[in-house]
Design a protein around this ligand. Structure first.
Ligand code: NAP
Length: 289
């Protein structure tokens, strides 16, 4: 019988990639707060009764939680919502997992680090700068301290589904197509990650029953400015309106980790996963561009 997997945040960019990666191999239930497609069941992870109902009726072997309040500045404006979605919702999923013997795979972020000494390994000490980072870290700790579960941290996700508010690539392409000038930070370093590859890595983690903490990111480290230029060139969009700016000049509400990114050698070793350069990933996600 195929393994039963419940995917939360199924209408988001990672949720959709997971659906594509897993649908031929696993028995899936997709849940989200919006019914983006007919196969998505409505379930708000901040509503414990809804979470219990979904988990008890489907009885998954695994729950992959991609649902999150991902607007980093929005988290500063609405810290209660941030805690509800990013921490308390995960607690409800953890409790429901325990009731049916499911393993929780929690997706987390490099924003748990302060960005002074990245890229980071799993054993590096987190020191979040923002409400988003703190609420995600609290959830991670709860998951890892309460059973044989998995936390996979990632960073700067992008993929074929660019309508998500969390898609940096979608924002760049839409802005450039609208003729907007962009000031992009050249002092925030990450390894941008293709959702399709992360979804395959999560699939491997499930197939191998991997537990504990893992990092997963792309093969290439770049500043947001360098990444933006690569995206613009891939989509044959003009680059002359893109200018570099220092993070401190932007006055963003939430402080960002600067020298960040994730080293994923542990995951490569344990699960034999692959990752790609930015250009390879863009060509895979947007072959027609
Ligand atoms: N995007 C990135 O660059 C990035 C980087 C590092 C880590 N991550 C992590 O990766 C995971 C997936 O991110 P993503 O980029 O796929 O985000 P996304 O596109 O915003 O998808 C998240 C989904 O969760 C839904 N959701 C929000 N609140 C919910 C709730 N209370 N109950 C159920 N569903 C809810 C969202 O719906 P609405 O859109 O309606 O709110 C959205 O469909 C998240 O855990 C995020 O923290 C993302």
């Amino acid at each position: 019988m195929p393994t039963r997997v419940l995917i939360t945040g199924a209408a988001g960019q990672l949720g959709r990639a997971l659906a594509r990666a897993m649908s031929s191999k696993m028995d899936l239930l997709f849940v989200d707060t919006i019914q983006a497609t007919s196969d998505v069941t409505l379930c708000d992870i901040t509503d414990q009764a809804q979470v219990e109902e979904a988990v008890r009726s489907f009885k998954p072997r695994f729950i992959v939680n991609t649902a999150a309040f991902t607007d980093v500045d929005g988290n500063e404006r609405e810290p209660e919502k941030a805690r509800d979605v990013n921490t308390t919702g995960v607690e409800y999923l953890l409790t429901a997992s325990g009731e049916v013997g499911a393993q929780l795979v929690q997706v987390s972020t490099d924003y748990v680090f302060d960005g002074t000494a990245g890229p980071y390994l799993e054993e590096d000490e987190p020191a979040p700068l923002s409400v988003y980072g703190r609420t995600k870290l609290e959830a991670e700790r709860n998951v890892l301290e309460n059973g044989s579960h998995t936390v996979i941290r990632t960073n700067v996700l992008f993929g074929p589904y660019t309508e998500s508010k969390a898609s940096f690539v979608g924002w760049i392409v839409n802005s450039l197509r609208a003729g907007k000038a962009l000031r992009i930070v050249d002092d925030q370093i990450n390894n941008p990650t293709l959702t399709t590859h992360l979804a395959e890595a999560i699939c491997s983690a499930i197939e191998e029953g991997a537990t504990g903490l893992y990092h997963y990111g792309g093969l290439e480290f770049a500043s947001r400015y360098e990444f933006t230029l690569k995206v613009a060139r891939h989509f044959h969009l003009p680059t002359d309106g893109i200018s570099p700016v220092a993070t401190k000049e932007l006055d963003q509400l939430a402080p960002r980790p600067l020298k960040s990114g994730l080293i994923c050698s542990k995951m490569k070793m344990d699960l034999n996963v692959m990752n790609a350069t930015i250009s390879e990933a863009l060509s895979e996600a947007f072959p027609e561009s």
